[in-house]
Design a protein around this ligand. Sequence first.
Ligand code: COI
Length: 355
Amino acid sequence: MTEEKYSIKVVPNENSRIGEVDFNNLAFGKIMSDHMLVADYDDGEWKEVSIVPYTNFNLSPASSALHYGQAIFEGIKAYKFADGRVSIFRPDKNHERFNRSALRLEMPEVPTEIFMDGLKQLVDLDRDWVPEKEGCSLYIRPFMFATEPALGVHPSKSYKFVVITCPVGAYYNKPLRVKVETEYTRAAKGGVGFSKNAGNYALSLYPTRLAQEQGFDQLIWTDAKEHKYIEEAGTANLVFMLNGTLVTPGSDTVLQGVTRYSIMSIAEHWGIPTETRDVTVQELIDGIKAGNVTEAFAAGTAATLTPISEIGHEGEIYTLPAPETREFSNKVLHYLNELRYGKIEDPFGWNFLVG
Ligand code: COI
């Protein structure tokens, strides 16, 4: 397969909707930008790749993704610098994770020339959609799903890889009250917890709704076997400052988050000890009671860094220090923002400039 085969055809949108967008009031993921990237896989290879005006799909009702769930996605953000340049934050990491998800779900890998070059061209074309306001960004949603119109359970022979984008503000606009989930399970060892497949999100909806009815915003998932170890929040990873060490659960039932590892890398750069390891619910609760858990937050592309204010476990509520007093969280969020908006040097090489 030659690289020439992946040259991206562009069909410009002659009816831009950008004038209808209120960039001062951006909800998360409601308004899509003018273009999308679409690539079709069939007969063992990626065929035509194109950037076209954002529109609906024409899909067979028998498409296997709709029945057997071969569907994966990613979340990435692009930021606008003060001088107008646009940068995507660490898309190479999302590309790697996307292909790990694809492997586990028996789907084809998406090559760099389609994923990375496609992202770059798409974001460059819709660069006017990248918000300028601090705290806002262009959310990029690459996804792939099985399109073979066949009801037998087997790996689909055809797939669609698509990238859509949308200008966004905060996903969470207040600190979170989270409940430690000890009845339902998100992922088991040997399963698909590490992958970003659509089913991981579908299964979270019912237990999350039950927790929300009890006044919580989100769940802390625990391990499937004993509900003893902390895993992740479903929409984001979890990070704690425990006895002065930044700790994040590291099992393969947890999504390998780009934001949380970026935060861990910054902490290491600052000389703060970090650990990716198993964390028991008991260790967390004992730590909160003893005043040794000084910070707790959710970290993810959409969530960025959202403080956790309260943790519920077996009918008890454990309150964490007030978010505004948390030294590390506030400092690292400020640093991450300065880096992503191009206001400071990027010592890690994480900004991927577009155009
Ligand atoms: C992201 O952080 O990009 C995600 O995919 C999480 C999703 C709940 C919005």
